[in-house]
Ligand binder design. Structure first.
Ligand code: SF4
Length: 825
């Protein structure tokens, strides 16, 4: 059922790959009420902080409302007809003049499956190039490679319930507690119910996930292949192999074991003691039901694919796959990363788990799409795509629902690439992003609550995302915009969709061609006959879908020992430890690790709208070990510069022994819209895994130094302020406005005057001073226009209490607070 009682509409969370079911209900106030969907088999009603706050992010602050042409500082609103005609003309001209590979799409795991399908069909099927890549390249491309090498298909074999039915869960490079919180909650509850369930965390950092760990292996960065090669050797030496499974269902074991046994110095490569290694190896070998969960700590590496295969080798060698409570489990970062893998929105796959190097697949897809110009070879992966752009080879690019200026490594190069590209189109729901600033044309996309389509989560479960609110302005569905462009390019017959359900049906039919006998894992034959009502009321379906699942099912791949290789056997892949490409040296003696915080998502374009979410980690920060802080003379809460030859970024220092002395950690979310120069991607060297093209985000040599400022300012403002003149600033959403933290080399009195001028400049009406406390160098001043506009405070160094006082003053300007508050220096 689409609707439940009292107007609640079932949909799916916008954020991580857990894919929680959500019920949302629009209120007459314009707000959106949100709760977990108790009937959804991924979360059974649970939501994490981000899911609970979804309603806070549907406000229209900063939305992009009209197609807009940008010409230098001038902008011109366009009709959809003109805007899509312009895109069609520019892409057609580029193809005619420079060839099919002169155009590119850079898309996103935020797109719905229907959007992805149409984008891939247009680029690969009709523009004739495979230059379409998803930002999922940054997230799980190494897992795709690992799966295909071992299984012959990109198959995630397990279900979420396997975590609950396992006896040992190994979490490798995964801060599940923050990055997949509801899955973590399920695991934590399972451990409470079953004290025999053991959890091992393999991570250089001691993260929140370690709170439920029986063992934390603080592995050296890049040591995973050595760790799992050591495990494979141990399994053989201790007669813990499943020799029957190996003989009947796999190839390549002996060669792989030989290479694993030649792995020397495992203690040194992993940074773990013999005792730690033996304890882990013994636990794995003596436990029947083992799930190994892995995530970005494995994938985002120049050896990511080999790391994945080193894990898969151990599961294949022990037959711990395709069984209840057992299997390797790649958890995806984005809500529809899996949908992109399925529809083929990665440059090196064709579509529907069919491949470029298979002549039969090429013919099947050509016939199905009725096209004679289907791309014949893989296109450019994300990093290569932007390199080609910088070299002038890409003449038109369309970026959809992603912010590569913030998320791709080497931001300077990405900027140069977009500068060099003659025509940059950006589809986004947010008006001001670092990437939209680089666009020639921006197209308003629907936001989460306005979209309608499907997403696939990490356990292969397809769920409906449903429209619960109307779209503001002229925002449109991505599939509609792409189809309009396709029609104007002359491909109307293949893109005459009028409803997203038609697209889904076509995609479901595509998964069945040449697949009558289970040739491929992805098969949605049970969903090919959906009518409008069936699509509208579709309940979660876990693929493969042989027939419509009226109740949630749990299916595991490989239970029959059959894999999707030509001979049906899984392949062991011999892998060997290689050091990460970049190494520390005296100029860059520390390793920067990067990742997510609990309450923010990617580049904060949505979570940055929620005051509640903003309070968990209000500022870009860098975590530094106490000994490192002492060595570099860093005090708690200092602003620190982190630098290497790529550039320099700023962050507030957190001193904690959750990181090792060699490492520092920074979250990925802040960017120049929300802070001054605080995005770690400016420092990330674009080293990639050769097989997957996935960049190495977890291993960047850097140096650090504290910065001493002369003055500190706090401003709470109803409006966004232009703060670029200050040496350090960060913006945090608070109720009714924004809190700015500013650090400056100005004297306190000059900063005070400067901030007062800033507030005055930003106001539409002349402001008067409502109230003032303190002296010239240590003041809190409230300004009022028609309504209170801002509260400003300056002193040498603010603390948390100062912020609270200021925010309270902002919300209650007439209160005695303004008379009594003194901000201490
Ligand atoms: Fe959304 Fe992921 Fe949280 Fe579930 S766990 S509510 S999908 S962010």
């Amino acid at each position: 059922m689409t609707q439940v009682n009292d107007g609640w509409i079932k949909t799916t969370c916008a954020y991580c790959g857990v894919g929680c079911g959500v019920e949302a209900r629009p209120l007459s106030s314009g707000k959106l009420e949100v709760r977990g969907d108790k009937s959804h088999p991924s979360n059974y009603g649970k939501l994490c902080t981000k899911g609970i706050a979804l309603g806070d992010t549907v406000i229209h602050d900063g939305r992009l409302l009209h197609p807009t042409l940008k010409m230098g500082s001038r902008t011109e609103a366009l009709s959809w007809d003109s805007a899509t005609q312009l895109v069609a003309d520019k892409f057609t001209q580029a193809i005619e003049q420079y060839g099919r590979d002169s155009v590119a799409f850079y898309v996103s795991g935020q797109l719905l499956t229907e959007d992805y399908y149409v984008a891939n069909k247009l680029m690969k099927g009709f523009m004739g190039s495979a230059n379409i890549d998803s930002n999922s390249r940054l997230c799980m491309a190494s897992s795709v490679v690992g799966h295909k090498r071992a299984f012959g298909s990109d198959t995630v074999p397990v279900c979420y319930s396997d975590l609950e039915q396992a006896e040992l869960v190994v979490l490798v490079g995964s801060n599940l507690a923050w990055c997949h919180p509801v899955l973590f909650q399920r695991l934590r509850a399972a451990k409470q119910d079953n004290p025999n369930l053991k959890v091992v965390v393999v991570d250089p950092r001691e993260t929140e996930t370690c709170n439920i760990a029986d063992m934390h292996l603080s592995i050296a960065s890049g040591g995973d292949v050595a760790l799992f090669n050591g495990l494979l050797s141990y399994l053989e030496e201790n007669e813990a192999l499943d020799t029957d499974f190996i003989a009947a269902h796999t190839n390549g074991f002996n060669e792989t074991l030989k290479v694993a046994k030649s792995e020397a110095s495992i203690e040194q490569k992993t940074g773990l003691s013999r005792c730690q290694l033996d304890d882990f190896y013994q636990l794995f070998s003596q436990t029947e039901k083992v799930v190994t969960v892995y995530s970005q700590g494995v994938n985002q590496s120049s050896q990511g694919s080999d790391k994945v295969n080193s894990i898969l080798n151990c599961h294949l060698a022990t037959g711990k796959i395709g069984k209840v409570g057992s299997g390797p489990f790649s958890v995806t970062g984005q809500p529809n990363a899996m949908g992109g893998r399925e529809t083929g929105a990665l440059a090196n796959t064709l579509t529907a788990h069919m491949e470029f190097d298979n002549v039969e697949h090429h013919q099947l897809v050509s016939d199905f799409w009725q096209t004679d110009c289907l791309a014949r070879q893989p296109g450019l992966k994300a990093i290569d795509m932007f390199d080609a752009m910088a070299e002038g080879k890409i003449k038109a690019v369309w970026i959809m629902a992603t912010n590569p200026m913030v998320s791709l490594p080497d931001s300077k190069k990405i900027k140069a690439a977009l500068d060099a590209c003659p025509f940059v189109v950006v589809s986004d729901c947010i008006a001001d992003t670092e990437t939209s600033r680089m666009a020639d044309l921006v197209l308003p996309a629907q936001g989460w609550s306005e979209k309608s389509g499907t997403v696939t989560n990490s356990e292969r479960r397809i769920s409906r995302q449903r429209r619960v609110l109307p779209s503001p302005g002229q925002a449109k569905a991505d599939w509609w915009v792409i189809s309009q462009v396709a029609q104007k390019m002359g491909f109307g017959h293949a893109f005459d969709y009028i409803h997203e359900g038609e697209i889904f049906s076509e995609y479901a039919r595509l998964t069945t061609i040449g697949n009558a006998h289970g040739e491929r894992d992805l098969n949605l034959i049970g969903l090919t006959q959906l009518d409008d009502r069936g699509y509208s009321e579709l309940t979660p379906q876990q693929w493969p879908v042989q027939s419509m699942q009226s109740q949630p099912v749990e299916q595991r791949f490989f239970s029959d020992g059959r894999f999707f290789t030509p001979d049906g056997k899984a392949r062991f892949v011999a892998v060997k430890h290689n050091d990460p490409r970049s190494q520390c040296k005296s100029a860059v003696p520390l390793l920067l690790n990067s990742g997510r915080t609990r309450d923010h998502w990617h580049t904060m374009t949505r979570t940055g709208l929620s005051a509640q979410l903003g309070s968990h980690a209000p500022e870009p920060y860098v975590t530094v070990h106490p000994a490192t802080a002492e060595r570099y003379q860093i005090q708690p809460d200092d602003v620190v510069a982190i630098c290497n030859s790529q550039g320099e970024v700023l962050a507030r220092c957190r001193i904690s022994d959750e990181v090792s002395r060699q490492q520092v950690f920074m979250p990925i979310h802040w960017n120049s819209v929300t802070a001054k120069n605080s995005k770690p991607c400016s420092l990330i060297i674009p080293n990639t895994d050769i097989a997957s093209g996935q960049p190495e985000f977890k291993h960047t040599p850097v140096n650090i130094r504290p910065i001493r400022f002369n003055s500190s300012g706090l401003v709470v403002s109803k409006q966004v302020l232009e703060c670029s003149a200050y040496e350090y600033w960060v913006r945090q959403k608070v109720e009714g406005g924004y809190l700015y933290r500013i650090e400056s080399m100005l004297t306190q009195s000059k900063l005070s005057l400067s901030l007062q001028a800033l507030v005055d400049r930003t106001s539409a009406t002349r402001l008067s001073v409502l109230s003032q406390s303190g002296g010239a160098a240590d003041t809190m001043t409230a300004y009022a226009g028609e309504a209170l506009f801002a509260v400003v405070s300056t002193c040498q160094s603010h603390n948390k209490l100062d912020e609270e006082v200021l925010i309270e003053a902002f919300h209650s300007p007439e209160s005695h607070l303004l008379e009594s508050a003194v901000i201490s220096a």
